[in-house]
Design a protein around this ligand. Structure first.
Ligand code: ADP
Length: 218
């Protein structure tokens, strides 16, 4: 998505409102749409353009100028029927790039069939991330696909005071350290000569199993 492309955000619940607000702060023009007048009213402080409309109605979408938006996000989750019909209405109106939020895999599969180009599962993904951060040294976890993961973690005891090369992070553990943050400092790119100490935070990338094993080291 080119920077500042206008984005249509359908449904201003918790997910839609957070998404729309962040897009505005990134410099996008955002039009928020919701059926609930109270939600529309409260979103007006945060978003420049908010309209009350039923997004399942393609004609109503045309009237608010939806066809001029290259990108639309359907952020309706709870009401599965509305989410499906709104996705279909956006396809009908001719929005080129449609992203949609789904609650379950079946919901996601239907949205793809109907024409969503990308489906996101915020609740499911957050559940996975939280599960990984509950125990051990993992601070954050991002599954890139079924095989690869990016993990934010602390330094295993045996590696403190060594460079990444000496610690054999790549050779022995098969993971790549992307960047390192000193206590109170900022992230900096890692090289084989980067010295790691107790209290540092590492972001590692690697095959899921190996990255998880690395984050589980004592
Ligand atoms: P979250 O879990 O992120 O809060 P919800 O699914 O609960 O998401 O909220 C979705 C939002 O979408 C609600 O504010 C609701 O009023 C709005 N919404 C539901 N149906 C439509 C529709 N047909 N057109 C536009 N907005 C809708």
């Amino acid at each position: 998505m080119a920077r500042r492309d206008p984005v249509l955000v359908i449904g201003l619940g918790r997910f839609g409102k957070a998404l729309a607000g962040e897009l505005v702060s990134l410099g996008h023009e955002v039009l928020g749409v919701d059926t609930d007048p109270r939600i529309v009213q409260s979103a007006m402080d945060q978003l420049t353009h908010v309209v009350q409309a039923d997004a399942t109605d393609a004609e109503a979408l045309r009237q608010i100028g939806a066809a001029d938006f290259p990108t639309g996000v359907i952020a309706i989750g709870t009401d599965v029927q509305a989410s499906i019909l709104a996705t279909y209405a956006l396809v009908d109106v001719g929005v080129r790039k449609i992203w949609a939020k789904a609650i379950t895999s079946a919901h996601g599969a239907i949205l793809e069939r109907v024409g969503a180009h990308r489906v996101v599962f915020p609740e499911r993904d957050m559940g996975v991330r939280v599960a990984h951060t509950l125990g051990g040294r993992t601070l954050d976890y991002l599954e890139l696909d079924e095989t690869f993961a990016l993990i934010e973690t602390t330094v295993p005891n045996g590696m403190a005071g060594k460079t990444l090369e000496q610690a054999g992070v790549r050779k022995r553990h098969g993971v790549s350290v992307v960047c390192v943050k000193r206590p109170g400092g900022r992230f900096d790119y890692a090289t084989p000569d980067t010295l790691i100490n107790e209290g540092d935070v590492l972001v590692i990338a690697g095959e899921r199993r190996r990255a998880e094993d690395f984050a589980a080291l004592e």
